[in-house]
Design a protein around this ligand. Structure first.
Ligand code: IPE
Ligand code: IPE
Ligand code: MG
Length: 251
């Protein structure tokens, strides 16, 4: 890999290291519009979007952010034209295969959240392989939401819990936030501190509904393929200006 010397590898001087978000989540939106503006088919935007994600992962590592979660495919995205869905599934599989060696070298620990059972078998196998191989890596925790829906995640957690109650393994009074959290796909992961959405849309689109309860939201008009370290810097600067009160008052 060639290293671009103009890339900002050091944490920008105006950012305070111990006030960085530990976990950043991103809704990578605007690939289709980016492609259309260039007069290209939508899929070219998805291809470029992969480069953006790779650089963002490297940037998190360079700047000392310990977890990144990216929304790659929602449960609603199956409603897109078949060719686009097929292209995305093939792209995910190819990128995973190509990037595994570098993820090992960079100590990335990769996770997937979502209903993985409904994905094509060859992609599922690549996902299982990458999770198994990177399991003991100690670097950044990188989570990819694929065939992910926040409502669907909550419903499957309810089903698991209801089954335990029905079988007599759990009393309804024992159901609290901590127990519920352990039945989500993200069990054991800290909630995102900062949620970034590109392309200007002011919505959550069924992403991490439970987990973003107290995340700071940042929306940029920049389309995902154009999102870069300068944009990320701006998002982190904005985050550091926020007063996270968690419903309390400062005394
Ligand atoms: C986000 O970009 C990528 C996925 C949802 C897979 P879009 O494909 O939604 O791009 P726009 O929003 O149509 O521009
Ligand atoms: C959200 O983007 C899903 C992903 C980024 C994977 P969409 O483009 O699907 O969301 P809407 O349709 O604008 O809400
Ligand atoms: Mg979109």
């Amino acid at each position: 890999m060639t290293v671009n010397p103009t890339i900002q590898r050091e944490l920008p001087a105006d950012l305070v290291r111990d006030r960085l978000p530990r976990h950043v989540a991103v809704i990578m939106d605007g690939n289709g519009r980016w492609a259309k503006r260039q007069g290209l088919p939508r899929i070219m935007g998805h291809r470029r979007g992969v480069d953006t994600l790779k650089d963002m992962l490297r940037c998190c590592k360079d700047w000392g952010i310990s977890a990144l979660t990216a929304y790659a495919f929602s449960t609603e995205n199956w409603g897109r034209p078949l060719e686009e869905v097929d292209f995305l599934m093939t792209l995910f599989e190819r990128v995973l295969r190509q990037e595994l060696r570098e993820m090992m070298a960079e100590e990335v620990q990769i996770h997937f959240v979502g209903n993985l059972d409904a994905l094509p078998k060859s992609l599922r196998e690549e996902i299982q392989r990458s999770m198994a191989e990177t399991r003991n890596n100690t670097g950044i925790r990188f989570t990819v939401a694929t065939n992910y829906g926040g409502r669907q995640e909550i419903i499957q957690a309810c089903r698991e819990i209801a089954t335990k109650v029905q079988q007599g393994h759990l009393q309804p009074e024992q159901i609290d936030e901590a127990l519920f959290e352990r039945h989500l796909y993200t069990a054991g992961h800290a909630d995102p501190d900062l949620l970034i959405r590109t392309s200007g849309e002011m919505r959550i689109s069924n992403f991490l509904l439970w987990q973003v309860a107290y995340a700071e939201l940042y929306v940029t008009n920049t389309l995902w393929p154009d999102f870069d370290r300068n944009e990320f810097h701006r998002a982190l600067s904005a985050y550091q200006q926020r007063d996270r009160r968690f419903g309390k008052v400062k005394v």
